[in-house]
Design a protein around this ligand. Sequence first.
Ligand SMILES: *[C@@H]1O[C@H](CO)[C@@H](O)[C@H](O)[C@H]1NC(C)=O
Ligand SMILES: *[C@@H]1O[C@H](CO)[C@@H](O)[C@H](O)[C@H]1NC(C)=O
Ligand SMILES: *[C@@H]1O[C@H](CO)[C@@H](O)[C@H](O)[C@H]1NC(C)=O
Length: 465
Amino acid sequence: MVTSRVPSPIPNYQHIIIMNRLFFWWFLLLFTAAIAAEVSPITRIAFGSCANQSAPQPIWDAINKFDPQVFIWLGDNIYGDIRRPLKVIGKERNVGPWKNSPRFVPSTEEEMKLRYAKAKANPGYARLQRNAKVIGTWDDHDYGLNDAGKEFDRKVINQRLMLDFLDEPLDSPRRKQAGVYASYTYGPPNRKVKVIVLDTRYHRDPLRSDGSILGDTQWRWLEKELRASRSEITIIGSSVQVISNLSATTGPLFYMESWGRFPKERKRLFKLIADTKRNGVIFISGDVHFGEITRYDCSVGYPLYDVTSSGLVQSVEKVVPRPLRSIVRLLFWYTPSTMRVINDNCKFRSCTYGQQNFGAISIDWNANSVTIRLEIRDVNGLTVLGTNVSLTELQAQGANSLKDPTTKGKSQRYCTLEVELPGTTRYRLAVLVYFTIAVLAMALVGLIVGALLTITACVYKCKVD
Ligand SMILES: *[C@@H]1O[C@H](CO)[C@@H](O)[C@H](O)[C@H]1NC(C)=O
Ligand SMILES: *[C@@H]1O[C@H](CO)[C@@H](O)[C@H](O)[C@H]1NC(C)=O
Ligand SMILES: *[C@@H]1O[C@H](CO)[C@@H](O)[C@H](O)[C@H]1NC(C)=O
């Protein structure tokens, strides 16, 4: 018999082909989903602060043009509190050492909601929300009250409203903790960017106490975050400035909020970064209504940069009449600063920028040595401040090599604290202002005396005549 009935292998074979194809598509699907959702490296991050929801916000067009993958709010995301009109005299005085009533008062929950709704409905911001991951923290005015800290009694309600604004999921642990601090990690292995946003309000002790900014729980959390999984770049967002301590050179005229005003807490932050051996840390901050880039080389074994973008809407030059704006720039240039990065990329000589701006971080992962471009951009998207940093510069050099006082060169400039400046330099703004006031006062007195003398002389002459 030649015709034995051997079962044909063909159907099985086809079955295998079909299975293979299924697996192929299944893998392809998983692979692309993974790439699209998680694994593409972050190359563009934007951030900003101080956005008055009641004013026009043209800056969003420039931000959308930059096309960030992540946008980070650094506080004053809305102006939630009510600013009362300035009253120097009268029954309710809200300015000067003789003041007896507050200049700022908190809004009701309903009013806060309305203000957030207004901010969220801005078409430029809505577009950004569709195209980028929007994350962030708060500062005083969206926390609910100018310069407020842990004592503020509406913080629990306002935390909920802020997290609603950021579309935080209802079951998020962030809704159960005290404060809005959070961390995010983006990108594939070896190209990871971690973003930590701090809460500098919820647990903050009063100004001038040199107490705590973060509070115990947030400190423990931050230490865990800095010790946890490696990331090539770690961006720490703080609503108030970390490196610049401008108060040291603007006092006793006026003071700003900053980590510098809490020296013990600031030292603790630098020590934590050094102790956890976290490399590649870059700070971003807001609050001050102008933009600047600062660096401090003598804290953690590598330069710590702080890119301050403030004034998505509210900026210092906006509140002064146009002809006086160059005086504002002149004063910025005149006020000494030891940490500010001064280079050829600045639009103005002061290397600060007092008009509407946003922060832009661009990462080139493909360069020979990964480069990070730190910029402040204006309302047209043009660079007004900028510096390029190579990731290799942000690695601790060990043995405090940067601290060595015999090290000569560029880095030395960024090691002197503002308070270490000689008095004649440190207080030159105050001296200029007091001197101007004295001259004006003397001129006024001279005028009055002159007028009186003329009148007397005239009266005498008239009598004689
Ligand atoms: C916000 O903008 C509105 C409209 O321009 C203005 O009336 C208000 O004073 C601004 N708020 C602050 C805090 O400057
Ligand atoms: C910052 O300046 C303030 C005001 O002059 C001063 O009290 C504080 O010690 C300074 N902080 C640092 C870290 O230099
Ligand atoms: C910084 O890097 C960018 C590219 O990322 C380059 O176009 C620019 O010229 C660099 N600027 C400086 C001052 O090196």
